[in-house]
Design a protein around this ligand. Structure first.
Ligand code: PMP
Ligand code: GLN
Length: 418
């Protein structure tokens, strides 16, 4: 009798948008506004910190404390304690992880049991759904819906409080939110977070808050940590990423923070799987946060300079997309911009199945025929709802001006051909 080789938990989670589209962009000579990573260098102070860490003695090349290098957990606790308005214990309340990805994985593995439901707000960073499933949980989706308007903004995308409330059941274990959101760029307002917080408290549910783009907000939008709302520190796991914070996605240093009664379970997963993250990268990130702590709120702070720089790139990309007839939705945060493609006609190439969603076919055409890479937005939706949202594609603007100019050239040429 033949025996299935793979574990059942892998059923239905084998496809991955980043694997597919990163490969496609690499196969063609494209201007890459697809995968979200800066194509410019991280700031000098953080590069220097890495260099210093690597040449800082033999212990920089050896194992360190399992749950985070002492210098990193100490500064993370000090830095975020002041932001969240709650004392954070560096040893009990912080876990350093291999990027935000591993923080998410530890959280789901630690908290979600067979049969538990996890509420996911759509559109969502794609790995939430497979991670919930691999933990044995059932994802329950609730969509942000655009309210329309002639100058679309991510602020138009809102949750219905009634619809959200209807998703909480006796089986709900957790809800995951992402602010600023990938892919739309929505930055949740305090009132919106309060609705979610009230439901979490009422139903005794944990909130997982993915805040990897926390420093990237525009036009006066303010990032608020749900853990700072009354009664939420005790039930929130807040996730961050040095990759986004310091424009160094390849370093793969992330963290999860929360009350020790939750964090001890994430640590159990971590100690039995990864054990600890690369020592020198942690020491470099610690030095970066120390520098930022000393200049917090000042114009020299990278957490002010980076969003100011990205704001120009955001406005430039929006104008380019408009000139090619695409309708962009201006993001209040993050480094992505979605655009409506419904008014564009294109000839899907023969190698692409007509059964594929419109946005997948469009992006494949854009890569192969126009030399510009983007990401289809329906990939950020559950199978139940993806059909309703296949009119959007996502562009990344954390790119060199020269990359954005090259994209502009492509879009202008295309606009003039139509
Ligand atoms: N969450 C969101 C919303 C993301 O966009 C990403 C992608 N970088 C991650 C988590 C994973 O972050 P990291 O690269 O630190 O693992
Ligand atoms: N977070 C990045 C994005 O949204 C990429 C993640 C990945 O490549 N796995 O583009």
């Amino acid at each position: 009798m033949s025996r299935q080789i793979h574990a059942r938990r892998l059923d239905g989670v084998d496809k991955n948008i980043w694997i597919e589209f990163t490969q496609l962009a690499a196969d063609y000579d494209v201007v890459n506004l697809g995968q979200g990573f800066p194509d410019f260098a991280p700031p000098k102070f953080i590069q220097d910190a890495f260099g210093k860490a690597v040449s800082g003695g033999c212990l920089m090349h050896q194992y360190t404390r399992a749950f985070g290098h002492p210098s990193l957990v100490t500064i993370l606790a000090k830095f975020f304690g002041q932001v969240v308005g709650h004392e954070i214990n560096p040893l009990d309340d912080v876990l350093v992880t291999v990027g935000a990805y591993q923080a998410l994985f530890c959280t789901f593995q630690a908290l979600v049991d067979e049969g538990d439901e996890v509420i996911i707000i759509e559109p969502f960073f794609d790995c939430y759904q497979p991670m919930v499933k691999m933990a044995g949980g059932t994802p329950v989706f609730v969509p942000l819906r655009p309210s329309g308007g002639s100058n679309p903004s991510s602020a138009d995308w809102v949750l219905s409080a009634e619809e959200l409330a209807s998703k909480f059941t006796a089986k709900t274990k957790a809800i995951i939110i992402n602010t600023p959101n990938n892919p739309i760029g929505k930055v949740y307002k305090t009132e919106e977070l309060q609705v979610i917080a009230d439901l979490c408290i009422q139903h005794n549910v944990v909130c997982i808050s993915d805040e990897v783009y926390e420093w990237l907000t525009y036009d006066g939008a303010k990032h608020v940590k749900i853990a700072s709302l009354p009664g939420m520190w005790e039930r929130t796991v807040t996730i961050g990423s040095a990759g986004k914070t310091f424009s160094a996605t390849g370093w793969k240093v992330g963290w999860a923070m929360g009350s020790s009664h939750i964090m001890k379970h994430l640590k159990t997963v971590h100690q039995n799987s990864i054990y600890h993250c690369p020592t020198a990268a942690q020491v470099a990130v610690a030095a970066g946060f120390q520098t930022e702590y000393e200049r917090f709120g000042s114009p020299e702070s990278y957490f002010k300079q980076l969003p100011a720089m990205l704001n120009h790139k955001r406005n430039k990309l929006a104008a380019c997309l408009q000139s090619a007839g695409l309708q962009p939705t201006l993001p209040e945060g993050g480094y992505f911009m979605i655009a409506d493609i419904s008014s564009i006609s294109f000839d899907s190439d023969d190698s692409v199945s007509q059964d594929e969603p419109l946005d997948f076919r469009f992006v494949k055409w854009l890569i192969k025929k126009k030399g510009l890479a983007a990401i289809p937005v329906s990939a950020f939706y559950s199978a139940e709802h993806s059909k309703e949202f296949q009119n959007y594609v996502r562009f990344c603007f954390t790119k060199e001006d020269s990359t954005l100019y090259a994209a502009e050239e492509i879009l202008k040429k295309w606009g003039s051909e139509k």
